[in-house]
Design a protein around this ligand. Sequence first.
Ligand SMILES: [Zn+2]
Length: 217
Amino acid sequence: MVPLVRGPIPAVLQEKAATWTAKYLAERQTDPSKRPDHRCYGHEQVRHELRSMSCHKCFYCERGLTVREQEVDHHVEVAERPQDSFSWENLYLSCKPCNQDKKPNTTHPVTSCLDPCAPGVAPDEHLIFIGESIVARDDSPTGQSTIRKYNLDRGDLNSARLKALQELSLAVIAVYKRAHDEGRKVSADERSLIRAFSSSTRPFSLMMRAQLQQLGW
Ligand SMILES: [Zn+2]
């Protein structure tokens, strides 16, 4: 998770969110289990703005997502706050596991967790990595709650993060080997190439930044 800056409200929400919300709340009066229409809150304009906010990454786990893998998540779930089913500030881009397997707000409220869109949020003050494993920094309760709510220590994420670390290691080794073979120090361009692994546009950038710091890059 990294801090994200929310872009402008998509035109379709500007025009239609109030109407969609009124209609949906009326429908819930007769059918409380009814879900909001995903074609509305997941409109392509909404998806486009969300993916440009995070460079196609899940807002929660920072996994890189293809367009087909991207889901639109209600940050505060619909059951908790149906009136925000079409609110721009409540719509987050998510991978399927972070969206569908997250713990319910009743037991794991979002207010106890890191919110990547909250102004001034500093995930690195609450989350650290040991290799590919994510843990709460200094037993931070906020870090612990965030890991638990979105299952950020699940197996598929550990595998993906390990693969990313291996790619970084191979790149570092290649840079050192080339410099050694050519009898010179690592160049500024090569340093930039390695540091680019921690760019906020890349997957798992929070982990990559921590890893490069540990390696002295
Ligand atoms: Zn995710």
